[in-house]
Write a protein that binds this ligand. Structure first.
Ligand SMILES: [Cu+2]
Length: 344
């Protein structure tokens, strides 16, 4: 009895000494993740650790996944590429352990599939809206006005529309829903990448897509998380494996909502950057600044093995998830030591 009274007195006195528990701490909740792990969170987890099994979306798979469509040849020799894209707006994705977000998706993922064609191909998109709101697909690029996905809202509950246009111009372009309020339809995830390859092709490379995006998980029109390919910190915990001497080509598209700019900094290296990927002109840098839907093609290779960061040099963004690693294996390229190519 004495010990119980003593403990009560001690705890009672500590109440006046220790800081009062904040409202945020009181609001912490316990979740069971998809992998069965128990996580306690207030919804503001920075730098979480997790395994890919806790996620419904795999950024490593998305990174190198290109959808070339169903390919056939028309009588005049034109290549026809047909795609089926289904919009939904009731998905829940665990974007970080214990942080569940209502995602609006094209074909079930954020970003939607990376649509890829060659310049001059006929692109036919069979769009089905299985959501509860109106949606469209608006492609950046060149096409007729009624294929622009702005003035032809596609109704919920199975509404359909067929977008058809010639692929062009060469480059990397975004596509996204264009229904108002646009920021709501974009920040929930209705966007993706559309790559148009030149007819002569590009040099063989290890090709990747990085969509720079953001998540407003508490719906106050300010972002809580930033990422390359949706999941905060993913490529930091799962480095992208490459080798010395390999040509790396990154199709990068900025879709961050609410914040006016984003950027991309690469460590231990510089890259050739071709804005929009539309012509052969490029510049040599380790830093680009991108407003929303600005995009381009980055090319680089590493001379030395090791671990190299890439991240937003807007530090707030990197500390809230937009950070990753390239893990470069292989031997140093002996012929480059002392004669590094500085891109001139
Ligand atoms: Cu929409």
């Amino acid at each position: 009895m004495f010990s119980i009274i003593s403990i009560s007195v001690i705890l009672g006195s500590l109440f006046f000494v220790l800081p009062v528990i904040s409202e945020a701490q009181k609001e912490e909740k316990t979740f069971v993740t998809h992998s069965g792990r128990v996580v306690t969170t207030s919804g503001e987890i920075l730098d979480p650790l997790y395994t890919s099994t806790t996620l419904e979306f795999d950024p490593m798979e998305f990174l190198r996944d290109f959808n070339y469509g169903r390919v056939s040849e028309l009588p005049d020799g034109t290549i026809l590429r047909e795609y089926t894209i289904i919009a939904e707006d009731d998905g829940i994705m665990e974007v970080s352990p214990g942080v569940f977000y209502n995602v609006w998706t094209f074909n079930g993922t954020v970003p939607g599939p990376t649509i890829r064609a060659t310049e001059g191909d006929l692109v036919r998109i069979k769009f089905i809206n299985n959501g509860e709101k109106e949606h469209t697909m608006h492609f950046h690029g060149i096409h007729e006005a009624h294929m622009d996905g702005v003035f032809e809202p596609v109704g919920p509950g199975g509404g359909k529309f067929v977008y058809e246009f010639r692929a062009g111009p060469v480059g990397v372009h975004p596509y996204h829903c264009h229904i108002m309020p646009l920021e709501e339809h974009i920040v929930h995830g209705l966007y993706g990448v559309y790559i148009v390859d030149p007819k002569e092709g590009r040099a063989p490379a290890d090709e990747m897509v990085m969509v720079l995006n953001s998540l407003d998980t508490d719906f106050d029109t300010e972002n809580n998380f930033y990422a390359a390919n949706t999941i905060p910190f993913y490529y930091q915990h799962h480095p992208i494996q490459i080798s010395t001497g390999d040509l790396i080509r990154v199709y990068v598209v900025n879709m961050v909502e609410f914040d006016p700019i984003n950027n991309f900094h690469l460590h231990g290296n510089l890259y050739r950057y071709n804005p929009t990927g539309t012509d052969t002109d490029s510049f040599y840098t380790d830093m680009i600044t991108l407003s929303q839907t600005e995009r381009g093609i980055m090319e680089f290779s590493y001379d030395y093995p090791g671990k190299y960061l890439f991240h937003a040099h807007k530090v707030e963004f990197s500390e809230k998830g937009w950070v990753g690693l390239f893990l470069v294996d292989g031997e140093p390229l002996a012929e480059t030591i002392g004669s590094i190519n500085y891109g001139n």
